[in-house]
Design a protein. Structure first.
Length: 257
């Protein structure tokens, strides 16, 4: 799927994304701390706090240190021309077995790289492109209008809540995003509420089991750890599809919710 993006616009978007993600990389820890001091605080007992590693925020969930949000070069990396060849996102979407009428939430949508490709797979359905950065949603809205795509809806999320209606989505997709969630327990519980009874959660994550995949360790997830964390909030592992060159496609269902 090719989107019409003028070169001048692309350059403006690129510069803006660099600044946004650069700033977010420095502020994510303070933003997380702010949530815990609100009048209705998130339960801090779910997490452990230690000295941060070079790529982590010093906050641990079920033994895993949460990764820093990707640095300012990440925005360019998301839209790199070689991504189709390296990661095969077309194959990833095919592996989801979507129905044309499905409602899909793309959590951590960023520039909408997956959102617009998902939209093509659900022509009678909808894609909810969820991100915590209003600037990212502005980009998605612009590209939506520019390319006359009618079934993508930008949604402003929060770091502990995707802000989706209860029982509203058939599938929640997180591509290389979950490992950076500041509040994975709370975020996933809210996300599960948004799933329909037969809804699915899909994590696409670089395989931590393979040390030769050239991605920083905290930006990978093993099947064992992912299944442990999803089980903690009531999701059941359904299957893992290892059809991509470097990433797991891990699929979970609501179970007894």
């Amino acid at each position: 799927m090719h989107l019409k993006t003028p070169i001048s616009l692309f350059l403006r978007i690129t510069c803006g994304l660099c600044l946004i993600v650069f700033c977010l990389g420095f502020n994510v820890s303070s933003a997380a701390a702010d949530v815990e001091t609100q009048s209705n605080p998130i339960n801090p007992k779910v997490y452990e706090y230690r000295s941060p590693s070079a790529d982590g925020i010093g906050k641990f969930y079920l033994g895993r240190e949460i990764a820093k949000v990707m640095g300012h070069t990440g925005s360019l990396w998301l839209e790199r021309p070689s991504r189709e060849r390296e990661e095969q996102p077309t194959k990833a979407i095919a592996a989801l077995d979507l129905k044309p009428t499905d409602v899909v939430a793309d959590i951590g949508a960023g520039t909408g790289y997956f959102s617009f490709r998902l939209a093509k797979a659900v022509p009678q359905g909808k894609v909810l492109a969820v991100d915590v950065q209003p600037e990212m949603l502005d980009i998605i809205e612009f590209l939506k209008q520019e390319n006359k795509i009618t079934n993508v809806e930008p949604v402003l999320g929060a770091i502990a809540n995707p802000n989706l209606r209860t029982n509203s989505i058939d599938l929640a997709l997180m591509v290389d995003a979950y490992h950076e969630f500041s509040y994975p327990n709370e975020m996933m519980k809210e996300l599960v509420k948004a799933l329909k009874p037969a809804g699915r959660v899909v994590l696409v994550e670089y395989r931590r089991e393979n040390p030769f995949i050239p991605i920083k360790t905290l930006h990978k997830m093993s099947q064992k750890q992912a299944r442990k964390e999803m089980k903690a909030i009531g999701l059941q592992w359904q299957t893992t599809k290892d059809v991509l060159p470097s990433q797991h496609i891990m699929i979970f269902t609501k179970g007894n919710w």
